[in-house]
Design a protein around this ligand. Structure first.
Ligand SMILES: [Zn+2]
Length: 202
């Protein structure tokens, strides 16, 4: 799944002149990640999501603290973990949560060695046509949540809109010009709420 997701992420972000590369081989740590409740996030453990995208959930913070011990602000950590809440998963596949990005915007109060890290959590079984990784990379690059005022864009997109596959020729195609600019902005590491990132290198 990683290869095709990466390929689509590069199609999406080429518009902004941004290339996504994987560093090394995937690391498999079946038992390493536990949520705030102590339940494994892999397998049938759930990564519970806070209802407000401006607030990090307890599971997200617990996982970010663990991964943050080895992560650095200039590398995006992508974790293929368990399903992402709310539980139970909606019957409609396109209404499920396929990814969650823990961005500095919601990291106020975390230790200094962790607060500038950015971690993407990918749920299992995501159809690649939804371009979930490309979308989550949008959160990572801009340090911004989704908006209720944008329709059918890879990033941002309105959480209220039904998700459409990129095989539908008139959706999931472009980024806003403003989004491109935010994604290419180097963020001041002292400003957790500012747009931009510490991930891009020449
Ligand atoms: Zn999103």
């Amino acid at each position: 799944m990683i290869g095709p997701e990466l390929e689509r992420a590069n199609i999406a972000w080429a518009q902004a002149g941004i290339r996504v590369v994987m560093m090394g081989a995937p690391i498999v740590e079946a038992d390493a990640l536990r949520g705030a409740d102590g339940v494994l996030l892999l397998g049938d453990g759930w990564l519970d999501q806070a209802p407000d995208p401006m607030i990090a959930g307890a599971d997200e913070l617990a996982a970010a603290l663990t991964i943050g011990q080895v992560a650095t602000p200039d590398v995006l950590e992508v974790v293929y973990a368990g399903p992402i809440g709310p539980q139970p998963a909606p019957q409609n596949v396109s209404a499920r949560t396929f990814g969650l990005t823990s961005i500095p915007l919601v990291h106020a109060g975390l230790p200094a060695n962790v607060e500038n890290d950015t971690i993407v959590f990918m749920a299992p079984g995501t159809p690649i046509t939804f371009r979930a990784l490309a979308h989550e990379i949008g959160h990572a690059l801009t340090n911004r949540a989704d908006t209720f005022f944008t329709r059918y864009l890879i990033f941002p997109r309105s959480p209220a809109e039904p998700l459409m596959p990129d095989t539908t020729v008139n959706v999931m195609r472009r980024l806003l010009h403003d989004t491109e600019n935010q994604a290419r902005t180097q963020r001041d590491s002292a400003c957790l709420i500012c747009p931009g990132n510490l991930l891009l290198t020449p």
